[in-house]
Ligand binder design. Structure first.
Ligand code: FES
Length: 202
C-alpha cells in the first residue's frame, strides 16, 4: 500500500479553465443549494484532469472556496482517495495491482519491470519525467490478472515481456493499445467461446 506523497514544489495559484468552470456549474447544479459540498469529488477530478494528473494545494483551497466549505474538508477527501494524486505523476501514470489474485499471477515481476525501467521507488518520476508508477489494491479486473492501469486504461493478462514493451513505449511518449495482452475479449476464454455459442454477445 503506498503512502500519499504531497509535492514539496507547489504552484502559487490555481484556477479552472473557462470550459471547466462551465463543468463546475453543471456539477454543482446536481445538488440542492445547501448540499453543494457533494460536488467535491467531481471538482477534484476536474482539477486533476486540468493539472497534469495531480492536485496542487492551491487547487484544494480554490475548490473549498468555490464550494464554500472548509479547506480541511477538501484536503481530507483528496488525501483519502487513492485516485487523487497530490504530487506530479508524469504524463503516463502506471498503477500496478498487487492484491492477491494479481500477486499469485506474477504482479511482483510487473513491479520489478517498473522499478527497472521507470524509477527505483514508486511515486518517483522517470528520468525523462514522462512516467511514474505506484502499487495499488485490487482494480476489479482480477479475472485478467496480472494487470495495470495507465491513466484511464487497463492493460491485462500481462507478462514480463509485454510489460517491458508497454513501459518502453510510454518512455518514448507513446500509449500502446489497452486491453488483454492475450487478445482475450474482456474476460472470455483465450481461444474464443466454448459455451453459450448460440447466444450473440454472451
Ligand atoms: S487483484 Fe488485481 S485486479 Fe483484482
Amino acid at each position: 500500500m503506498s503512502i500519499k506523497k504531497i509535492s514539496k514544489v507547489q504552484p502559487e495559484s490555481f484556477e479552472f479553465s473557462k470550459d471547466n468552470l462551465q463543468e463546475v456549474e453543471n456539477e454543482i447544479k446536481k445538488y440542492p443549494n445547501d448540499r453543494k459540498a457533494s460536488a467535491v469529488l467531481a471538482l477534484l477530478y476536474l482539477v486533476q484532469n486540468q493539472h497534469e494528473n495531480w492536485i496542487p494545494l492551491a487547487a484544494i483551497k480554490y475548490v473549498a472556496k468555490l464550494l464554500n466549505i472548509p479547506y480541511m474538508q477538501v484536503y481530507e477527501v483528496s488525501t483519502f482517495y487513492s485516485m487523487f494524486n497530490l504530487s506530479p505523476v508524469g504524463k503516463y501514470f502506471v498503477q500496478v495491482c498487487t492484491t492477491t489474485p494479481c500477486m499469485i499471477r506474477g504482479s511482483k515481476k510487473i513491479v520489478d519491470v517498473c522499478k527497472k525501467n521507470i524509477s527505483k521507488n514508486q511515486n518517483e518520476l522517470s528520468e525523462n519525467k514522462l512516467c511514474s508508477w505506484v502499487e495499488v489494491e485490487c482494480l476489479g479486473a482480477c479475472a485478467n490478472a496480472p494487470m495495470m492501469q495507465i491513466n484511464q486504461d487497463y492493460f491485462e493478462d500481462l507478462d514480463v515481456n509485454k510489460t517491458e514493451e508497454i513501459i518502453q513505449a510510454l518512455l518514448e511518449d507513446r500509449l500502446p493499445t489497452p486491453g488483454s495482452a492475450k487478445n482475450r475479449k474482456n474476460t472470455s476464454p483465450e481461444n474464443g467461446k466454448t459455451t453459450l455459442l448460440e447466444i450473440k454477445n454472451a
